[in-house]
Design a protein around this ligand. Structure first.
Ligand code: HEC
Length: 158
């Protein structure tokens, strides 16, 4: 029973006719892949490609084999005939051009004279800006020579 006996200043319960959306904290959190890195280089190389998109491509299409930080420890890496190298390796980073990385992304590892293990992504060939952003992301994985140490798993020199 609603009480109205004691003057208008007493609080009276009236249900809000339009409670509106639930508070943000109560809304379900959708699982969204977050960008691995937010490097400034990606923005210039990627020519306007959203960081979230390049991060999602990395997480969904690359990190399965390469690992989130590119160290060759993705969940599928162990079953590959040729394991992926450590992309953080500064010596490897210094030995390849951006064009080489862009080509392997679009055409696969066979196209650059390596094994056939890494698949091509022909659809990305139509998205040069996105490929550029991926190249930038791969570059950001580099660990400077004074801090890099080889991974304990995988081929030691890669
Ligand atoms: C099926 C697993 C797999 C997926 C998915 C994959 N890669 Fe690879 N990647 C490899 C393997 C294996 C190698 C090493 C090939 C070799 O050395 O013969 C490689 C090599 C590379 C290299 C190094 C090339 C070099 O000179 O040694 C880069 C850079 C690279 N991948 C980037 C990517 C990016 C970016 C993506 C996502 C668009 C991706 N890869 C997706 C398996 C994969």
């Amino acid at each position: 029973m609603l009480v109205t006996c004691c003057g208008p200043e007493r609080p009276v319960y009236r249900p809000d006719p339009d409670p509106g959306p639930p508070p943000a904290a109560a809304r379900p959190v959708t699982a969204r892949a977050r960008p691995v890195t937010a490097p400034a280089q990606v923005q210039t190389r990627g020519k306007g490609v959203g960081l979230t998109e390049v991060g999602e491509v990395w997480v969904t299409r690359c990190a399965t084999c390469h690992g989130l930080q590119g160290r060759g420890d993705g969940t599928s890496a162990g079953i590959l005939a040729t394991p992926p190298r450590d992309l953080a390796n500064p010596h490897w980073q210094g030995s390849v051009t951006d064009e080489h990385i862009a080509r392997i992304i679009v055409e696969g590892s066979g196209a650059v004279g390596l094994s056939q293990t890494m698949p091509a992504n022909p659809d990305l060939g139509l998205r040069p800006g996105l490929v550029g952003a991926l190249v930038g992301l791969v570059r950001e994985l580099k660990i400077p020579a004074d801090r890099w140490t080889p991974m304990l798993v995988g081929p030691p020199s890669r």
